[in-house]
Design a protein around this ligand. Structure first.
Ligand code: GTP
Ligand code: ZN
Length: 204
């Protein structure tokens, strides 16, 4: 499944017909085995809908995050912390194939190159729209920014709720998991504290 943006910035979803049919057949069997009637009106198109939904939720495999960053890098002599915070994250836990969702807060300190701001949420999506664990998602985002920009440091914090811990299993509705990953300057106490303090401030 490919998500493309047109020149007018409209998002177009293109599904490979054969892949969708194969996944839909599997869903038919799953729905049947769950005890539902696959011929019931409301469910008749569900296998295809679910096949498309699942391909959408994992379309990050078709995206190259490094290329996204490289497509908008600019030379700039700015050596201060740049933070993009409160980026919505929707991902799929690889253990249960249930969503986990929350916010990512990302910072870097440039070393000659800055990147187009929108590209940071774009790479979050590129890695999040896959089967993931929160820890790997956090590290992949950090490594990608480090590799593309070679900055003085990168910081990534993700706060998320896992549906597999809420709707089933341990059923804890209010627990939030925080993961973090740092390079370079952010390994220093002072810089990391400044980052944590800035992401904790809310705009009034
Ligand atoms: N570290 C980590 N664990 C995760 C993540 N998403 C889900 N899990 C956990 O993956 C584990 C899988 O454990 P298993 O014991 O194999 O699965 P389970 O029997 O369904 O476990 P319960 O959820 O405890 O019922 C669970 O503890 C989940 O909470 C994640 O992003 N990171
Ligand atoms: Zn899970």
């Amino acid at each position: 499944m490919i998500v493309k943006e047109t020149k007018n910035y409209e998002k177009v979803e293109r599904y490979n017909v054969e892949v969708t049919e194969v996944i839909a057949e599997s869903y038919k069997s799953i729905i049947n085995n769950l005890g539902e009637d696959v011929h019931r009106e409301g469910i008749l198109n569900t296998p295809v809908r679910a096949a498309k939904a699942m391909q959408y939720l994992t379309h990050g495999y078709q995206v190259d995050p490094l290329e996204i960053l490289k497509s908008a890098m600019f030379t700039e002599d700015h050596k201060h912390m740049i933070i993009v915070k409160d980026i919505e994250v929707y991902s799929m836990c690889e253990h249960h194939m249930l969503p986990f969702f929350g916010k990512a807060h990302i910072a870097y300190i440039p070393n000659g190159k800055i990147v187009g701001l929108s590209k940071i949420p774009r790479i979050v999506d590129a890695f999040a729209r896959r089967m993931q664990v929160q820890e790997r998602l956090t590290d992949q985002i950090k490594n990608c920014i480090q590799d593309a920009l070679n900055p003085l440091g990168v910081a990534v914090v993700i706060e998320a709720q896992h549906m597999c811990m809420q709707m089933r299993g341990i059923q804890k509705q209010n627990s939030v998991t925080t993961t973090s990953s740092f390079t370079g300057a952010f390994e220093k106490d002072k810089t990391r504290k400044e980052f944590i303090s800035l992401i904790s401030n809310k705009f009034s």
